[in-house]
Design a protein around this ligand. Structure first.
Ligand code: ZN
Length: 135
């Protein structure tokens, strides 16, 4: 059901600063760099083996990332579990009483199907379920 840690999401003030630091320090180039309109974020991801690290910058002050940073500052925002069948995972979680932020999968960065699960149901951690886009 859950097949890997797909990525860890980190809320930041400036993804450009992150890109420069990761390029200069580690020789890494972003695997993706895109605006996710629905969430009002710019998402930049670097591949680290089979996982990725994703940096999120708010594109306006109503973004959930802007609210997160004003409350808690920069830092770890969510962990994403890779799944093969997001609908099956969502219904298993629902059947077990988990509090879902997204009842249905939606489209996230890289065209993936994603859904968020409330930290109250996940030991205090905001969890994203992430299914690869069909080839
Ligand atoms: Zn994510």
């Amino acid at each position: 059901m859950l097949n890997k840690i797909d990525h860890v999401g980190i809320a930041v003030k400036s993804v450009d600063q992150v890109i420069a630091f990761y390029r200069d320090t580690f020789g890494l180039e972003p695997e993706f760099d895109e605006i996710v309109e629905e969430q009002r974020v710019r998402a930049v991801g670097f591949r680290l083996g089979e996982s990725k690290i994703e940096f999120l910058e708010a594109t306006d002050e109503t973004s959930p990332i802007a609210r997160y940073i004003s409350k808690k500052g920069e830092g770890m925002h969510h962990i994403a579990y890779g799944v093969d069948n997001i609908d099956a995972v969502l219904s298993a979680m629902k059947n077990n009483g988990a509090r879902l932020i997204d009842e249905e999968a939606r489209i996230g960065a890289e065209g993936k199907l994603i859904a968020f699960v409330h930290p109250k149901s996940m030991n205090g951690m905001l969890v994203e379920l992430s299914q690869d886009a069909p080839e």
